[in-house]
Write a protein that binds this ligand. Sequence first.
Ligand code: ADP
Ligand code: F6P
Length: 492
Amino acid sequence: MRQSSLVVVANRLPIDDSIAPDGACEWRRSPGGLVSALHPLLRHAPATWVGWAGGTGPAPALPDVDGVRLCAVPLTADDLRDHYEGFANATLWPLYHDAVEQPQHHRRWWEAYQRVNRRFAEAAAAVAEPGAVVWVQDYHLHLVPGMLRDLRPDLRIGFFLHVPFPPPELFMQLPRRAELLRGMLGADLVGFQRVQAAHNFAQLVVKVLGLPATDRRIGVGDRVVRIGAFPVSIDTAEMAALAARPDVAARAQRLRQDLGRPERVILSVDRMDYTKGIEQRLKAYSELLAAGHVKVRDTVLVQVAVPSRERVGQYQVLRERVEREVGRINGEFGRVGEPAIHYLTQPFDRAELAALYRVADVMAVTPLRDGMNLVAKEYVAARVDDAGALLLSEFAGAAAELPQAYLVNPHDLEGLKEGLLAALRAAPADVAERMRAMRAHLHTHDIRAWARSYLTALNDTGALVERLTSGGESARLPAQPGRSAARADHRG
Ligand code: ADP
Ligand code: F6P
C-alpha cells in the first residue's frame, strides 16, 4: 500500500459517481463546502484523501485525481442508513444547527457511527507514512482522532469542524456527548470556524470531562490539545479568473437574455437543506410580490437547490414544501413565459456557476445557521466588476468576515424583506464600495491562507505548509509560525 506524508480524512471523496446521459457510470466533483474547500488545495499535493465514494457495497478502486491519491472507504446499506443518514445527518446535523429541526436519537445509529469511524481510522492508519500529518474533517468523524491516536501514536493529528459547534445547552442533549468530546481530543489541534465554537468546546470539556481548559488549550493527561478558530475559505484567484473569462462573461449575458432581460436578477444557490432558509426566503419574496414592491416583469429570482441527503425524512419533507411553494408563487404571480422563480435542481460545473454569479444583481444567502457558507465567498470572488449586492444572513459564519454585505436576520420576515429591497435598490456606488472591501478581504484570506494558518498551528509542518500553499495568491503571505492562526483566532 502506498503511503503519504499528508492524509486527509473526510466523509466524502471529492468525486461522486453519477449516471451519464448514455447510461454509463461517470465521476464528477461532489457538491458541498468541504470538497470545494479542500479539492483546490490538495491538487498536485503529495496527499491521500480517505473518504466515501457514495453508494454502498465494496469500495471502488479509484484513479488519482489531479495527483491526489483517493482511498475509498466502503459503506454497507446499514452503514449508510445508520451512520450517514442517521447519526451524522439526523442527530448531529440538526443539533449543531440550532436544532432548527428536531434531532433524533437511536442507539443503533450510535453503534454504526462507532463502526464507521473505526473503519475510517483504520484506513487512514494504513496509508499514513511514519510521522505523517493526518487531517480529519467534520462531524461525521468525531471519533477518528481518538481511534487513530491509539492505532498510530506517531502521527500528528488535526481535526477541523466545518459546521457550527453548538452551545453547551444543546450539545448536552446528546446521549453520547462524553465519547464525542474524547474522540475529538485525540487530535493535537481541534479547529473550528468561529471563536465562539472553540469557546463552546472548551466549556463542554470542563463540564463533561472535568479537564482543565481555556479557549486555546486543553490538558488531556500528559498531552496539550490546542483549539482555535480558522475560518475556511475558497480558491479566490481561481474563481476570479474563471469569472473574468470572456466565455463566462458572454454566458452571463446570454443568461440575462434568456431570463427575459429583467432589470434585477436575484440568485440563491443552496444544497436543499432546511438550514439554508429557503422557505423563509421564498415567503419574503412572495410577500414582496403580493405587496407590489417587486414586479415579475422587472425582477426574477433564480433559485438553485441541488437535492441533498434525499432519503432522510426531513429533507424529503423540505423538498416537497419548497416545490409546492415555488409552484404556488409561479402560479399566482408568473405570466406566460415569465415565471416569478426559475427553479433549478441540477448540479452545475464551475464555469456555469461563475456565469450565474456574474448575472446576479443580488445574491441572497440567508441560512438560518451555517458553519461558513462558501457560496457567499464564491459570489464575492466572482464579482471582478465590483458590482452585485450580497444579502447575507447574520447566522452564516461568513458574516463575521464580510460585514460589508447587506446583513439580515432570516428569522425576521419583515427584516428579510427590507434587506432584500435594500439590496435590490442600492445605489451602484454603495454596492461597488462594499464589494471592493469584501473582495480585498478574500484576496488575502483564501483557501491557502486557511491551510497555512491551520497547518502552521498544527506545528512542525513547515515543509508541508510550503508545498501546499506555494503558488496562487497567498504564496506571498508572511509565513511566521502562528501569525496567521493568531489573526484568525481573533475574528469572531
Ligand atoms: P454546504 O457545505 O452546506 O453545502 P457551502 O455554501 O459552504 O454549503 O458550499 C456549497 C458548495 O457546493 C459551494 O462550493 C457551491 O459552489 C457548491 N454547489 C452548490 N450548489 C451547486 C450546484 N447546483 N452545482 C454545483 N455546485 C454546487
Ligand atoms: O458543510 C457540511 C457538509 O456536510 C460537508 O461535510 C459537505 O461538504 C456538505 O455539507 C455536503 O453534504 P453531504 O456530504 O452530506 O452531501
